[in-house]
Write a protein that binds this ligand. Structure first.
Ligand SMILES: [Zn+2]
Length: 373
């Protein structure tokens, strides 16, 4: 059993993205529904932690707000001011599909602060590992532009905090959100000390980002590893990519801290992607990353919530992650598992191996990676 920190704040659920339908604003011929980035998935995850009894066994840590100086570890002053102005005014878009509601600025500071709080607790040894259920998410946010529901880049800021303030040398960020973590990639594109690895559905969002050939620049060459996977990839394809690429590279990089951008939108029922990972798959991916953390950095691992838009399934996927982090199994079963037995989520296909081999070919200039037929 591990001591697992859980970081959340009621205010996270109050970030208001307004009405919409998926990610489209109301209007035209689209009947108004709920916006994808609404509080339901995350609140229901928190509620499942409560009713399963797992919450009582976690170390709950209240997040503090990030300071503006900490947000400036990555974001420009102009952009920070813009988010504040839109938030004070009551509504607006901080870039591309990055909606700001009344008070979202303060909540985004608290969200970035949640990631920092988690990193601090783990690095200081208050807990073994931690899950930060933060909202709004962060991994699409660029230095001067909000994007894809993200305002401030929580994980990038927390990694920079680990480097700048806590004095860590090497941080590994694994982004398994189904969309490409473009903002985090940009933050460390020329930085040799932060290794950014993204697993994502190819050609999903944002357009043109996350290509295999995007490998970093200057001193950061080989410190960005993009692993695009084809639509339909399930547990076996994701684990194959972890075993064949993430494991060997991490063994050579030797991180002092592992951060996971934990978007549960590779999940089977996600409306904004086409992957087939199950709750059991998220459990196995978490186990894999914990083993790496145990091997290299005394188990120091922080998972920070990103996307995930199935209000029915995200709670079960996320619960499995926290169960694995804490080493505590509740009696909650994935209620969907029985209905999915015919789907080939645990089958590895040649096309998925080909995608992984392509990454190995490109990255083998920087890492020792055995290419298998
Ligand atoms: Zn996503």
């Amino acid at each position: 059993m591990k001591k697992t920190g859980f970081i959340c704040d009621e205010k996270y659920f109050w970030h208001d993205t307004g009405n919409g339908a998926l990610f489209m604003p109301p209007g035209g011929y689209i009947e108004t529904d709920v916006h994808s980035e609404n509080p339901a998935t995350k609140r229901r995850f928190k509620n499942l932690l409560e009713v399963s009894g797992l919450m009582d066994q976690l170390t709950q840590i209240k997040p503090r707000a990030a300071t503006v100086d900490e947000i400036k570890f990555y974001h420009t002053e102009n952009y920070i001011n813009k988010v504040k102005e839109l938030s004070d005014a009551g509504f607006g878009d901080a870039g591309e599909l990055a909606l700001v509601g009344k008070g979202s600025y303060e909540i985004a500071l608290l969200s970035a602060g949640g990631a920092i709080t988690a990193v601090e607790a783990v690095v200081n040894g208050d807990v073994d590992n931690a899950y930060a259920l933060t909202r709004p998410p962060g991994h699409h946010a660029e230095a001067d532009l909000g994007m894809g529901f993200c305002l401030f880049n929580n994980v990038a800021i927390a990694a920079k905090y680990a480097r700048n303030v806590l004095g860590l040398e090497r941080v590994l960020i694994l982004d398994w959100d189904v969309h490409h973590g473009n903002g985090t990639e940009s933050a460390f594109y020329e930085d040799p000390n932060v290794l950014f690895i993204s697993l994502h559905q190819e050609r999903n969002f944002p357009p043109g980002r996350g290509n295999v050939e995007d490998i970093g620049k200057g001193d950061g060459l080989g410190r960005t590893v993009n692993i695009p996977l084809p639509a339909g990839t399930g547990n076996a394809g994701y684990l194959h990519a972890l075993e064949e690429i993430v494991g060997p590279i991490a063994d050579q990089f030797k991180p002092e801290l592992i951060l996971i951008s934990a978007g549960q939108d590779p999940g089977m029922f996600d409306p904004l992607a086409r992957m087939m990972v199950t709750a059991e798959g998220f459990r196995q991916m978490t186990r894999f990353m914990l083993d790496l953390a145990d091997k290299h950095c005394g188990g120091k691992l922080v998972a920070c919530h990103e996307g995930g838009y199935s209000a029915a399934y995200v709670p079960f996927c996320s619960l499995a992650i926290v169960e694995e982090l804490s080493g505590i199994r509740t009696d909650v079963e994935d209620p969907f598992a029985k209905a999915l037995t015919e789907l080939p989520t645990d089958e590895l296909f040649d096309i998925q191996k080909d995608y992984v081999n392509k990454v190995k070919e490109v990255q083998s200039a920087y890492w020792n990676l055995a290419i298998k037929a």
